[in-house]
Design a protein around this ligand. Structure first.
Ligand code: NAP
Length: 282
């Protein structure tokens, strides 16, 4: 019996993007493969836009069970997949694909799932239904966060973005619970918001800080930042100094990898401190 197991070919998955060297996903999945002693590989694959369709189509023939999809292919993957989950359709992008036995491609988006799991793990008392949410930013990541928060029962979602028109487009798509707030009035919109999330790239290394004043936030509010370089952004530092509950963005990255790993490697992995250290230590 053990001989048969040893003779099985390794399970293959990976991440496709362009460029791909910046991706931390190989570290993440590599840690889990080692930790659970799985005979498998997770490989970074660089595919330019011109090579994308042909490259993806060749992966199942090479033995891949599926891959993560990252910048710049997340939106085009939506059109290439044979079927997609409801959450991927709602977000308008795919970050995880699985090759089925009949050769078809199933697309999913696990970013919103990763966000919610991160909040639950690091702010166990967080209750999204308890009050309004304020989302800062209206780019690709914001779509996943808005979709996930509404799915969790948030009744009022305030949305502020530098380019108001982009926020309005999202409000039109997601419905009346989403109300656009002027970017210059975002500090006022903090008043009463129980969940406050930065989905802009502000605060990232090399970017300007996010200048939102959190003083009007309820003392029981939970504040999260999707930026994880640095881990403690000035925005989160301000929230912590005010005594608010803070959740950094690294956990979202880790949790979004769970569904794919389970599908490709037949084992549901855990997100713990060891994994955080392994992914940070780069
Ligand atoms: P994106 O689609 O390019 O959107 C960028 C957002 O940032 C837009 O709302 C943009 O506003 C805003 N922004 C950029 N520069 C600004 C400035 N100077 N002033 C005000 N607003 C500004 O990017 P994305 O994919 O949504 O990613 C956003 C951030 O989330 C990135 O830092 C990314 O690393 C992070 N992220 C983290 C995770 C995770 O797992 N933790 C997952 C996904 C993304 P405009 O519309 O006005 O341009």
């Amino acid at each position: 019996m053990s001989e048969i197991i040893e003779n099985k070919p390794p399970l293959l998955a990976g991440v496709v993007g362009f460029p791909i060297s910046h991706s931390r996903s190989p570290l993440l999945h590599g840690y889990w493969l080692k930790r659970y002693g799985i005979n498998g590989y997770y490989i970074p694959i660089s595919l330019s836009t011109a090579d994308f369709v042909g490259g993806i189509r060749s992966l199942p023939r090479l033995g891949f069970r599926g891959v993560n999809i990252t910048i710049p292919h997340k939106v085009s993957m939506l059109g290439l997949a044979d079927s997609v989950t409801d959450r991927a359709a709602l977000i308008g992008a795919v970050n995880t694909i699985t090759f089925k036995e009949d050769g078809s491609i199933r697309g999913d988006n696990t970013d919103g799932y990763g966000f919610i799991q991160n909040m639950r793990q690091n702010a166990p008392l967080w209750e999204p239904r308890i009050g309004p949410a304020l989302v800062l930013g209206a780019g690709g990541a914001a779509r996943a966060i808005i979709s996930a928060l509404l799915n969790e029962g948030v009744g009022e979602l305030r949305l502020a973005n530098r380019t108001r028109q982009r926020a309005q487009l999202l409000a039109d798509q997601f419905g009346a619970k989403v109300q656009v707030v002027d970017w210059n009035r975002a500090s006022d919109a903090v008043d009463g918001a129980m969940t406050i999330v930065n989905t802009t790239s502000l605060g990232m290394q090399g970017q300007p800080d996010l200048l939102i004043n959190l003083e009007a936030a309820p003392k029981t509010a939970t504040v999260s930042d999707l930026v994880y370089t640095p881990l403690n952004t000035p925005f989160l530092e301000q929230a912590a100094a005010l005594g608010l509950t803070v959740v950094d963005g690294l956990g979202m990255l880790l949790h979004q990898g769970v569904p794919g790993f389970e599908l490709w490697f037949d084992h549901r992995p855990e997100v713990d401190e060891g994994l955080r250290m392994a992914v940070l230590d780069r």
